[in-house]
Design a protein around this ligand. Sequence first.
Ligand code: B12
Ligand code: SF4
Length: 462
Amino acid sequence: MIIMHTKPQATENGPLGSGTRLAAHPSVKAVRARPQPEAVSPLSATELRQLALDAGADDAAAISLDHPELAEELPYIRAAMPEARSLIALVLRMHPANTRSPRRSVANLEFHRVGHEVDDVARRLAMTLSQRGFPSINPAMAFPMEMQDFPGRAWIVSHKRVAVAAGLGKMGLHRSVIHPRFGSFILLGTVISTAEVTAAPQVLDYNPCIDCKLCVAACPVGAIEPEGGFRFSACYDHNYREFMTGFTDFVEEAVESKDRHDFRDRVPLNDATSLWQSLAYQPNYKAAYCLAVCPAGEDVLGGFLDRRAAHLKEVVKPLTERAETLYVVAGSDAEAHAKKRFPHKKLRIVRSSLRATNARGLFRAMPLIFQKGAAQGLSATFHFVLSGEDGIEATVRIDEGVLTITTDQLVGTPDLVVRTSAGLWLDIVNGRKNPVAAVLLRRLRIEGNRQLLDRFKACFPR
Ligand code: B12
Ligand code: SF4
């Protein structure tokens, strides 16, 4: 027989929370019968570091969330743990020989193996701290991420920023953190904790980067600029070909192909099977040469200082001379760099990996896809007046390779003004709608020197 209850059923002990009945619940009685936990005593930064080392970290440091260098991180960290008070930065070493192998599957295995170790160590530490009375969590070392926020920032905490603020290393020319001993052969993690840290972290008063510029020379797509800039899109379009948007691009190729022969022409067999391996096992980076060739750090530097020519021959050259396919966007600085510096490598033209999904995101992504080469000789101010639900006003100033974006404000005298709806502009940028038709239909108004629009487009190739 089936008995239908019309009211929400209370437990046998009555509604949850009704004092005496709750007290009589077997689970409640069992909890109350346990010995009372000892009063939680604060942990010093030294104790926190030792707990991290005991959990398996090769180096660690604790830092208060109030540290001024972490201000930008604060809202993202609080979104994951509102009651957080401190961070414990973790460093785990990679095996340099693996990371340097010209057979990149060896290097990729090392990245993934150590990446998983970082997550394991961070989880062990978070559990230990929680058991000691300080609830703590361990956000991912990199993947998975908060992909509902993509293509905006999808990571909870910037491990590089935390590690640098905690004094564990400094940002090298290649934009990764260099540890004074282990050099670039490290991956990072962060435990977010409610434990209080009062002591200021130790300061590392020098940068282990020796400015040899080998990372500049080795990157096949020119992502590392000699003076310190990082061409985000160059790295993302090539190195991350089999991650996130690279996969989306693969699917789009499949959708657009006329038949299987056309698809095979568009996506060579080894690209398709490589992607399968990435999906089935773990995504394969295409390069990471910037870390591989880096001689910084006391444990690594000796080999370079004593045998400089050998370092170039045995570590750098096998990577720069390697026959491989480079994935670049047409008209990008990466394409120009690869053609000039690595004519022996094969180029495959791909679509840009960074695509905005709303008008504000469009302006946020611009610095990441801006191509200085195309901007040479261009000096102009662009005003965008985008109306509608997702509307925004923005000023884009390009001045001899320098890009300045001001959102929610129209600044200076414009050389070109674009007026349309935010949705239509996004569709035009994404190649979904034709700008000529939009002008004819008076849904897009362009005021000023129209030729500037082509120059503008070339600076952000897709
Ligand atoms: C986003 C990201 C990337 C991006 C941007 C890299 C970068 N330089 O920041 C891409 C996809 C290109 C990338 C590549 C690689 N990464 Co990565 N990456 C991250 C991630 C998730 C956040 C980085 C970060 O903190 N950025 C913010 C600030 C502090 O960095 P920044 O250099 O000042 O800013 C640049 C970028 O962030 C970017 N940017 C700025 N705003 C935005 C917004 C969005 C939406 C995006 C996507 C990017 C972006 O532009 C800035 C200037 O170029 C971290 C994991 C994590 N949760 O921390 C790993 C991390 C930084 N990556 C790491 C590694 C190892 C790599 C690779 C070597 C992977 C590989 N095997 O090839 C390459 C190296 C490329 C390089 N030379 O930097 C390690 C670095 C370890 C170390 N020694 O420092 C980290 C810390 C992962 C880990 N847990 O160890 N990565
Ligand atoms: S390769 Fe040389 S220049 Fe590049 S980060 Fe390492 S030490 Fe610095």
